[in-house]
Design a protein around this ligand. Structure first.
Ligand SMILES: [Zn+2]
Length: 374
């Protein structure tokens, strides 16, 4: 990852490059700020820059042997520490590297990921993730070895606030006086939860939200949405690429649900049994979570269409939904609104109870046929 691939944060990038050029790279930095603003991206880009054999214009080159290894996060002088789960019997001496094959592909895919993304990956369910005491020996061992290929050895510690006290105490000394050209890069979502003894040994770098313009551009480039759509999303994303991405995914899910809702209503209105069966078969192919999301959406749509039928000014609908509702809303009235809600609630309940989705959606369609023209 090169600095140019980090979204925005120009001021911090040039501060880091400047520190290198003036030969005053600190032995430990603490990048802290809200999730999704690019702290991990900055840490990786900085590490790659330090190690690059052909630095140019304030960035790594992206093509030298070191950069090539960094692009896959497999450089032997780059180490990661992150929270993980360990079994309750202490015989299991899991460390971060135990999970490196889950970690590396996730970070490679995008250095913008959430804590939830990681725990989902770990399938940790409700178990507490921590950086356990066993990790301290690993950290000390790794930084004590001489560098393999690069001038710099870098250890990125993600979420130092999840480090238990035992581990923290054991690494204080090495954090304060690491071997020559070793750099610790700590990446934290909650600085106030980090032990003060750790904090005091690091140079803090506060990472604020991504500025509007680079965030907007990144959304246009990466998701193929229009300038206007991106600008709307930026407004509600608090400078977080993660929040913006979630919003886009939500919008995509809504658009998908809207198409299916229209299709279901048209099928039911026309009384076309063959299409209803085909519809149920298609919807049943989705994951259960998406089936439930669709039913949730249907519930919102029937309520909003009812509201619009009563008074066209009160419904909360997008432009496309409203265009559909203009003709459709008259079919949702005081005689059938409760039936609609009952039908969808029942479907939801049965999906949740792992009923046969195809049968459930077939029933749903047939039940709607009975009431939609009343
Ligand atoms: Zn390079």
């Amino acid at each position: 990852m090169r600095f140019k691939d980090v979204i925005g944060q120009d001021e911090i990038k040039s501060r880091l490059v400047q520190a290198y050029k003036e030969n005053r790279v600190s032995h430990s930095y603490l990048f802290f700020g809200a999730p999704g603003v690019g702290k991990m991206a900055l840490a990786i880009a900085f590490a790659q820059y330090l190690s690059c054999e052909n630095k140019q214009d304030g960035d790594s080159c992206g093509v030298c042997p070191s950069c090539q290894k960094y692009e896959k996060l497999v450089h032997p002088d780059l180490h990661f520490v992150f929270p993980y789960i360990t079994s309750s019997n202490s015989q299991n001496k899991a460390v971060s590297d135990t999970y490196i094959d889950l970690w590396r592909p996730m970070v490679n895919k995008s250095p913008y990921f959430s804590y939830r993304d990681w725990t989902n990956n770990l399938q940790s369910e409700n178990k507490q993730c921590q950086i356990y005491a066993a990790e301290s020996a690993e950290i000390i061992k790794k930084v004590s070895l001489k560098t393999y290929e690069s001038d710099y050895k870098v250890m990125i510690i993600w979420l130092p606030e999840k480090m238990n006290t035992d581990c923290a105490n054991k690494i204080l000394k090495i954090l304060e006086e690491p071997p020559h050209n070793t750099v610790f890069l700590l990446v934290s979502n909650n600085r106030e939860d980090i032990l003060p003894t750790i904090q005091s040994r690091t140079q803090p770098i506060k990472v604020l939200g991504i500025a509007d313009e680079p965030l907007k551009q990144a959304l246009v480039d990466r998701f193929g949405i229009t300038d206007d759509e991106a600008a709307d999303i930026v407004k509600i994303s608090n400078g977080s690429f993660l929040e913006a991405r979630q919003q886009i995914e939500q919008d995509e899910e809504n658009a998908f649900n809207f198409e299916n809702f229209k299709s279901l209503m048209r099928t039911c209105y026309s009384g076309d049994v063959i299409s209803a069966l085909a519809f149920a078969k298609e919807i049943a192919k989705l994951s259960r979570e998406r089936q439930k999301s669709f039913i949730d959406y249907c519930l919102i749509m029937v309520r909003e269409n009812f509201a619009r039928n009563i008074n066209s000014n009160v419904a909360y609908l997008t432009k496309d939904e409203d265009a559909f509702a203009k003709n459709f809303s008259r079919f949702i009235n005081e005689r059938n609104i409760n039936n609609f809600i009952t039908i969808f609630n029942d479907s939801y309940y049965q999906i949740e109870r792992n009923g046969n989705s195809e049968i459930i959606f077939t029933d749903t369609a047939f039940n709607i046929m009975k009431i939609i023209r009343k």
